[in-house]
Ligand binder design. Sequence first.
Ligand code: PMP
Length: 386
Amino acid sequence: MTVLPLRPDLHGCEPYGAPELDVPVRLNVNENPYAPSPAVVADIAAAAGRAAAGLNRYPDRDFPDLRAALADYLAAESGVRLDWQQIWAANGSNEVMTHVLQAFGGPGRTCLSFTPTYSMYPEYARDTFTRYVTGPRREDFTVDVDAVAAAIAREHPAVVILASPNNPTGTALPLDDVVAILEAARGQGPVDAAAGDDGATDCVVVIDEAYAEFRRPGVPSALELLERTDGDGAPRYPHLAVTRTMSKAFGMAGLRLGYLAACQQLVDALRIVRLPYHLSALTQAAALAALDHRDELMSQVASLRDERDRLVSWLRAQGWTAYDSDSNFVLFGPFTDRRAVWQGLLDRGVLIRVVGPEGYLRVCVGTPAEMADFRTALTAVTSDGP
Ligand code: PMP
């Protein structure tokens, strides 16, 4: 067997990903359980067909039409009107956030996050040779803003990533906390000789809102901070980036379309590091067609939220701890042997995820029938109770 010159830091690493198992009830990767309707499928197929006729040509490299359609969607969803130049997109928000670290991280630079949180963040850092540092969340998984400010002042990170709602805990960040973190990040990025006399930079704060559409009423999106300006009309938070995805509430995980909203200067930095033509013509066409049907594709979000709240109440009624969630999944437990519970559910055809603090499991919200199967299976597996 040949010996390949694998990067030393990749020795022993496994490819990231949850088990892909063909079982009747799949509640493990936070997808929307509702498939697109035949009418939406037909429109997406027709759009892909039209794009196919031009596949001898490279796709639109800067895709202004898609960016404008995403801006329209955000205006409808969050009431925040942004220019298309303030939107960026890539193959999933995983790729978008990798662009952020490619542009702002790198050797000698640091990315800071607060755990437990999404387990891909260290991988973006590893893949861009960025140092990854974490601080803890509080016991209830909220973020201690003073601790975040102290960590920023200590580490001078190029990028702070905070998921809101957080995966795997479902916890959203209050807007005041985001503001406090943005203020704490001013002038606290890495020293950069190109940045002026004192070399001070603002650390980029990424609010990962992959699950934002599932937030409970009254929980705001960080998007509205992008509208705030200083007296002279300049953006007040030019170091804020909000990432979103079509994979979750939008029900298009298979499309691979994630996006980001920020000031144009930040978006233009991402354009430097993206591979040319990174979004295929088929992806662009399918995403535009899907966005045309946003009301229909999002029509199940309200019922998924209700189903989530019912799930939290049911789990608590059984005696388990279940955390309040602003997303489409719930973290619950504790179990003395969580892997045995996971396996017991799988044996009954229900796949969930072993992730998060020791003893806890995460279940994603499916259809009412799938949730009934989950409840039956969990009751059978844990017949001894908590
Ligand atoms: N952020 C969070 C918090 C996630 O949970 C996920 C998906 N599990 C993503 C980002 C990435 O999603 P995608 O690449 O499908 O947009």
